[in-house]
Design a protein around this ligand. Structure first.
Ligand SMILES: Cc1ncc(COP(=O)(O)O)c(C=O)c1O
Length: 375
């Protein structure tokens, strides 16, 4: 009897596998899902989150506001007050159209879906945010990444000739870039925007920690969109990204957006947070201060190659064959960072640590010095 059940279950598993193989698009079957590391009970320094919670004095007013949410109703598809607040607090040009996304991940998806044709190419630099390539592939397009130089700057000549060759429908550029943490030269970005035959999306996810912004360029070009997120600012759990640009582009892209993509709790929380931008700006300042401290400590106490940062994380390179070992040793000490070494190329032997609270950073530094390089 047991064997019969096993046989039946086995043949069902086989049938399901065959059906999946037949139906799911080839390009999706060949992908791996975005991997999120388990982080329970860890000092979490792996995902560029703001380590500070909402301050105590704001918790009750925030909860009071949430208690007014009409959770029995669909949320507003165009929350006017929130959009107006974003415009004023983020200095978005008056005539630029604003669109909200369930995180900027969703906005990347919307842009790709809008232009997806099998013979089209999405471009970016390598290494950069992995979702540009992942989303291009999922939507059936080709992806071409132009390698950054050793110092993580853009090889403009290579970039311009790749644009000429591949005629990309979209170029995504993170400013500052993840995972290299640097900001590209503004002049080069302007040349890329000028040379691009299609859209250029400037992704300013790390704007709260950066010295420069391209916001002033929005509406100065026919093909420029600018995207940001509230995730790094302090609301990663809420999932709110936004994008701005000329009305003609945005009204087409808006047809792809699911009408109720931003839930009511996120809408209210984001509005509340933007009414207290001073609190979040002070947190960003503290993170920038701690970034300076951590970089100095890493440079004075270790032999790693420690890169400058315009973001809320620091990238460092260990000696040959050390990154995996150090990453695992930290994990045993319950300190979770990101090991990028397997991506190879410029990221070989490279680890990325998010700036935490001063206490978390010290735990990280202590664990590092207890596990020195063995070369
Ligand atoms: C450059 C860049 N863009 C976008 C995102 C995604 O942000 P969100 O949380 O808004 O989806 C990230 C997340 O790490 C990122 O590094």
């Amino acid at each position: 009897m047991r064997m019969l059940v096993q046989l039946l279950t086995g043949s069902r598993v086989k049938r399901v596998s065959e059906l999946v193989k037949q139906l799911i698009l080839d390009q999706i079957q060949s992908l791996s899902a975005y991997h999120v590391q388990p982080a329970e009970n860890m000092v979490k320094l792996d995902a560029m989150e703001n380590p500070y919670e909402l301050p105590k004095h704001l918790k009750q007013p925030w909860l009071d506001l949430l208690s007014t949410a009409a959770i029995n109703r669909y949320p507003s598809p165009q929350p006017k007050d929130l959009i107006a607040q974003l415009r004023t607090t983020q200095a978005i040009p008056a005539d630029a159209q604003i669109m909200l996304g369930n995180g900027s991940d969703e906005l990347i998806q919307i842009i790709c879906m809008a232009v997806a044709k099998p013979d089209r190419t999405v471009m970016s630099v390598i290494p950069s945010f992995v979702m540009y390539e992942q989303t291009a592939v999922i939507t059936g397009m080709k992806f071409h990444g132009v390698s950054l130089q050793e110092d993580f700057s853009i090889d403009l000549e290579q970039m311009l000739s790749a644009i000429e060759e591949h005629q990309p429908a979209v170029i995504f550029l993170a400013y500052p870039n993840n995972p290299t943490a640097n900001s590209f030269a503004r002049e080069q970005l302007l040349q890329i925007i000028k040379a691009a035959p299609g859209l250029v999306v400037m992704d300013e996810a790390y704007a709260p920690f950066a010295a420069d912004t391209m916001m002033g360029e929005v509406l100065q070009h026919d093909n420029l969109l600018l995207m940001r997120t509230l995730s790094k600012f302090g609301l990663a759990g809420c999932r709110l990204g936004y994008m701005c640009g000329p009305e003609q582009w945005m009204s087409e892209l808006d047809k792809i957006r699911m009408p109720y993509n931003i839930n009511i709790l996120t809408q209210l929380t984001a509005e509340f947070a933007l009414q207290h931008t001073d609190v979040f700006s002070a947190q960003a300042e503290e993170i920038k201060q701690q970034r300076h401290v951590l970089i100095e400590q890493l440079r004075s106490q270790t032999n790693y190659k420690v890169h400058d940062s315009q973001a809320n994380f620091v990238l460092f390179k260990t000696a040959a064959g050390q990154a995996d070992r150090i990453f695992s040793a930290l994990k045993l000490r319950k300190i979770l960072i990101k090991n990028l070494s397997a991506q190879g190329g410029l990221l070989d032997q490279t680890l990325r640590v998010t700036i935490g609270t001063p206490e978390e950073n010290q735990l990280f530094m202590q664990a590092l010095s207890d596990n020195p390089e063995t070369v």
